[in-house]
Design a protein around this ligand. Structure first.
Ligand SMILES: [Mg+2]
Length: 310
């Protein structure tokens, strides 16, 4: 099996110093904890070579997935994980090469899934058919070409639509409204100064409509009051596997880490991977088994997982 070379990380990370060499920076948690005063706490790893090039901390962290891919699940967030964060949500795209690597992974692993707050309609064009798409925190799932909605979600479409329209018309100036059908996101990324106005607006709309508020990355989300988050999505996707890895970068990924904690208590091997950025929640990093530096390092990690054993 051939593995694509590490590609250009794209214009969104122009400062990446190691792009020319096809290498990646890794932040194994143990190594950082052991050397808090080191200059960068990072390792330079050439992932275009064989697997033995990786530091022991990384191979140890990923070993449960590598050792039994046919009984493992690899679950990934989208924004900030497979796709660099962008100012305009609709412009988000996975890094070049990510789709190809996901396709290889899907042939190798028991389950590969993208788990996102985005709707399935947005994600599906970027995800190979063999990869499961869990959209809107599991309210929508696309698996093997078949789409299923959470049974309790449908009545909330009209409520979400009304709140979205009202938010466009009467919401705080500078707030960007993104309707996703069964949920909506109110963004302040382009106007951080209106954060409090946006969160206040969201709370008022939640109280009025019955939707519930969830804080997200430079945004607030309004969801149906249905017990669906990335944790419940992971519970469904990881059913029957012996090892599960989850990669995420945001507060909305904490419930996925919670799910991995619960699975671990039942004897399932769990690999929690946090994607570092200026905005990553400290709790996500603190709880991670492995911290990688941005979507380009996620892609390199996936290439490693997709590679034939050395
Ligand atoms: Mg994310």
């Amino acid at each position: 099996m051939s593995v694509p070379n590490a590609g250009d990380p794209g214009p969104e990370q122009p400062e990446r110093p190691d792009a020319e060499g096809g290498t990646s920076r890794w932040h194994p948690v143990g190594a950082r904890a052991a050397r808090p005063d080191s200059k960068s706490g990072t390792h330079e790893v050439d992932l275009t070579g064989d697997r033995t090039d990786l530091p022991a901390e990384v191979t140890t962290a990923l070993a449960p997935l590598v050792q039994r891919p046919g009984r493992s699940a690899v679950l990934l967030d989208f924004d900030g994980t497979l796709s660099p964060i962008v100012d305009v949500p609709a412009d988000a795209r996975p890094l070049e090469g990510a789709i190809d690597v996901l396709a290889v992974l899907a042939r190798r692993f028991a389950v590969v899934a993208v788990v996102s707050g985005r709707p399935v309609d947005f994600l599906a064009p970027f995800v190979p058919d063999a990869v499961v798409v869990s959209g809107l925190y599991g309210l929508e799932v696309l698996r093997g070409g078949r789409r299923t909605d959470h049974p309790g979600a449908a009545p909330w479409r009209a409520v979400v639509d009304e709140v979205a329209r009202r938010s466009v018309i009467d919401g705080p100036a500078g707030m960007v409204v993104e309707s996703k059908g069964l949920s909506l996101t109110l963004h302040y990324r382009t106007r951080p100064d209106v954060e409090h106005a946006v969160t206040g607006w969201a709370s008022a709309q939640a109280a009025r409509s019955g939707l519930v508020v969830r804080p997200a990355r430079m945004s607030v989300e309004l969801h149906p009051p249905i017990a669906a988050d990335k944790g419940s999505a992971v519970d469904g996707l990881a059913y029957g596997v012996e090892s599960v890895g989850f990669v995420g970068d945001d507060r909305g990924d904490l419930p996925a880490f919670d799910a991995l904690d619960r699975l671990e208590e039942r004897g399932i091997a769990a690999v929690r991977v946090a994607v570092a950025s200026d905005e990553v929640p400290g709790e996500l990093v603190d709880r991670a088994d492995l911290v990688v530096d941005g979507p380009s390092a996620v892609l390199d990690m996936l290439r490693y997982l997709a590679a034939d054993p050395a």
